[in-house]
Design a protein around this ligand. Sequence first.
Ligand SMILES: [Zn+2]
Length: 258
Amino acid sequence: MRATGLHEDVIVVESRAWRTSATAVRSGDEAFLIDSPVFPDELELVPALAEQARFDVRALLATHGDWDHLLGRLAFPGASLGVAETTAARLRAHPGEAQRALRAFDEEHYLERPAPLALGSLDALPVPGRCELGDGELELHPADGHTPDGMAVWIGWAAVLVCGDYLSPVEIPTVAGGVDAYLATLARLEPLLARAAAVVPGHGGPIDAASAARLLAEDRAYLEALAGPKPERAPLPHGRRDRAQRRLHAENVARLRS
Ligand SMILES: [Zn+2]
């Protein structure tokens, strides 16, 4: 697991699984953890790492309801978990889905965990909206399209955008929430990039704002082609064309046909 300090109040850890990002953000003497690493040893390490950096993690946020972003409770069992209202509704509509997906991953990789994942009662946050942290505030922006739910988190005092599963240097857009919704989310993220010093995508980050802007243009071009008359011909962005990405592309095409 790699840890990167982006700002005195922002540390990102990158999981070995899918390079999933988790972001610790601090204001005053309070900190939140946004999203989560995936492997048990990584989750065990995060509280010690946070303590060492004097980040007192009081609560968790998740950018969206995919299971690999929801594991913060395994590191901080007592902390509350805040999600967008759309994510809370999704998780309530599909109880146990995250736990089943986690179990399937663990079985495939022969992993054992000290405790089962309990999501507990969720704090459903209005998005767009603001969320208090210490003497600062996080801005919450709607981010759907990758999934039907989700939010991006803007950390104003550090100029860091934690965007969930968008603008990834390692993964093409996947459109379970719809191509139009995805494009609308990119349009909402674009003005934030102009103010950002760094961007933390859900997988493969952190990156600088110029790289994020280039990825945004590539992703928009891919999605516009995907929405066109020959979706299967949509050219995959440079550097994201390997077998795993071509499989995600085939899933996008199948989704559009169904
Ligand atoms: Zn993800």
